[in-house]
Design a protein around this ligand. Structure first.
Ligand code: PMP
Length: 343
């Protein structure tokens, strides 16, 4: 019996581009969201996982039956576990204890080993990324078919797969009628790769960065210095350094997006569009709205809908969690109570 089903990886990418009616009508721009939550692993990071694995196979670093190790906030791990399962590789994920229970459960349901470590600054050897690197080195010595470190923050295959797929798809789906692209950065692979593909086709394309509080890129792209302010409940986005993905990226407009600003936009997407999305999508759509206000009406702006709300049900859509932090809560009203039949 074979231990793989490569047909699963064919489901990655080629996601729809959806017009977001509320944000478009309020700004007079066409605001379009790339529905990455429809990837089989549920997020944009399926693309990164596949890109990194295919490149490691091509270079010979990853051998049949080998093991893939990564330090990840969750979605890249889910993508690696999915692609690893489909192609017959073992997967070990190192993640900080701060990440949502839903993402950890998804990883375990995909059959990969999850190692949780206490949060530590990137400068500490105990940071989850450094722990994953050391573990990969060790497993490469002890595993019969070796092990690789996916290294999504600095591996060029991450940006490369977004240039080759996400960016090209956006260009084709808009038929070249696109004025601007904006998203947040986790590793920076998406923004850098998509920018590369779009700039190659239209040299005056406008690239925007939506940065959550607590991250350092807003400051970097507006003042030239990495510096952060505040904190955010978002996951998977917000970096404090110029990663390998971000090297040489030119950003035309940067916005700092606060939790209290993106949450109402996220809730509107549920009630106005039927889209329940993760926090990074909320930051991205809020960034697209800010960019629309900056550029003025009539522009076509594309952003990323990275993953779905179900991955964060206990946080972003949990009134108790939000209230405890003084943040806006979902405005849903009880329809049945108004009938008087339900108490
Ligand atoms: N949104 C979510 C939910 C993510 O998990 C990530 C990746 N960590 C991103 C956005 C950012 O993508 P990238 O790493 O390509 O910058």
């Amino acid at each position: 019996m074979t231990r793989a089903n490569p047909a699963i990886v064919d489901l990655i990418g080629s996601t729809p581009l959806i017009r977001l009616h509320g944000p478009s009508e309020r700004t007079g721009c066409e605001i379009l969201g790339k529905a990455e939550f429809l990837n089989p692993g549920g997020s944009v990071k399926d693309r990164t996982a596949l890109g990194i694995i295919r490149e490691a196979e091509r270079s010979g670093a990853l051998k049949p039956g080998g093991v893939i190790v990564e330090g990840t906030a969750g979605n890249t791990g889910i993508g690696l576990a999915l692609v690893g399962g489909a192609l017959g590789y073992g997967v070990v994920i190192v993640m900080p204890t701060t990440q949502s229970a839903e993402k950890k459960q998804a990883l375990m349901a995909l059959g990969c080993e999850v190692i949780e470590v206490d949060p530590a600054p990137f400068s500490s050897e105990n940071h989850f990324v450094h722990t994953s690197r050391r573990l990969a080195q060790k497993l490469n010595e002890t595993e019969p078919y070796g092990a690789i470190w996916a290294n999504q923050f600095d591996n060029p295959a991450n940006k490369g797969v977004h240039a080759a797929t996400t960016g090209v798809e956006i260009w084709d789906q808009t038929e070249g009628k696109i004025d601007a692209f904006i998203c947040a950065a986790g590793t920076g692979g998406t923004i850098a790769g998509v920018s590369e593909a779009l700039r190659a086709r239209k040299d005056d394309i406008i690239i925007g960065l939506a940065d959550p509080a607590g991250a350092s890129l807003y400051s970097y792209y507006t003042t030239g210095t990495l510096a952060s302010e505040g904190s955010s409940i978002t996951e998977g986005i917000g970096v404090g350094r110029i990663t390998g993905q971000l090297d040489n990226l030119k950003v035309d407009h940067a916005f700092r997006i606060l939790d209290e600003d993106f949450l109402p936009v996220l809730f509107d997407l549920v009630t106005e569009e039927g889209l329940s999305l993760g926090g990074s999508a909320g930051v991205n759509v809020t960034g697209a709205i800010e960019l629309a206000k900056t550029l003025g009406p009539g522009k076509t702006i594309v952003t990323m809908l990275c993953d779905s709300g179900s991955r964060y049900a206990g946080r972003l859509y949990n009134p108790d969690y939000l209230q405890a932090r003084g943040l806006p809560t979902p405005p849903w009203r009880s329809i049945s109570r108004a009938s008087g039949l339900i108490g």
